[in-house]
Ligand binder design. Structure first.
Ligand code: IPE
Ligand code: IPE
Ligand code: MG
Length: 242
């Protein structure tokens, strides 16, 4: 059982939490349902996690919704997912706006349908003044692709090789408006990065709960930030001995 302390919001809360929302397919399978039912349950859970993030005082939430590799799934799953994202936009945008969240897409828009592009642009425009939570939605996102894109942008500006800096690379990533994630959560028990925030996660704390994404609710997020508060971050340094 969780202790009373664990039910309270810890003093130290990560500024930026990123989540690899994994396990929808297995959630559905365990109930004898089609994979898409798991994806639907996953999008419903997202609302709970956004609400809880605002409640806990998290300032940046980055969610991995669809990777550049996910196009390789069976056609009916991909088209079902696209339809689902479309529905989520229609249903959740007003709520998101009401919560004071600003939506920002990270990833490529090339290859995405025109109607989805319009929805993303519209969502970004409507919420652009909101300050409570920055919600980065990684959609058609791959971190290698992002780094490649950053390098290409830098080269197009004609910058000399020896003048390229780490800051410059950071500024040319899709996440340039956000600090590096403090805590990255991957649900479902899988322990891999799957092409997510490779550059930005250099010093992130990782957390791998066994819970499948549709079941990862407010309490589970609270437990994750408690675990974060217990970690000692060193960034490669040690305290000078006295
Ligand atoms: C994550 O759940 C959602 C997306 C990748 C879109 P999965 O669909 O990967 O679920 P599992 O890993 O098969 O259980
Ligand atoms: C990562 O999950 C992508 C998203 C959650 C959107 P995957 O389920 O696609 O990753 P792998 O295939 O298990 O590495
Ligand atoms: Mg998966």
């Amino acid at each position: 059982m969780t202790s009373k302390i664990e039910q309270e919001i810890p003093e130290v809360v990560p500024t930026h939490v990123a989540i690899i929302m994994d396990g929808n397919g297995r959630w559905a399978k365990s109930r004898g349902l089609p994979r898409l039912a798991g994806h639907k349950a996953g999008t419903e859970n997202l609302r709970r996690i956004i609400e809880a993030s605002v409640e806990f005082g998290i300032k940046y939430l980055t969610i991995y919704a669809f990777s550049t590799e996910n196009w390789g799934r069976p056609e009916d799953e991909v088209s079902g997912l696209m339809k689902l994202f479309d529905d989520v936009f229609n249903r959740e945008l007003a709520e998101l706006h009401k919560q004071g969240a600003r939506l920002i897409h990270i990833g490529r828009l090339e290859g995405v349908s025109q109607s989805m592009k319009d929805k993303i642009k519209n969502g970004e425009e409507i919420t652009k003044e909101n300050k409570k939570l920055i919600l980065n939605v990684a959609f058609n996102y791959g971190s290698r692709d992002e780094i490649l894109n950053a390098v290409q942008n830098i080269m197009k500006k004609g910058i000399e090789a020896e003048d390229v800096t780490q800051e410059m690379i950071g500024e040319n990533l899709f996440t340039s408006h956000s600090p590096d994630p403090d805590l990255i959560i991957r649900t479902s028990g899988e322990k891999r990065i799957s092409n997510f925030l490779l550059w930005q996660s250099a010093y992130s704390e990782w957390y791998f709960p066994e819970i499948l994404w549709p079941d990862f609710g407010r309490e589970a997020l609270l437990e994750a930030i408690h675990e974060f508060a217990r970690r000692e971050r060193r960034f490669g340094k040690v305290e000078a001995s006295r």
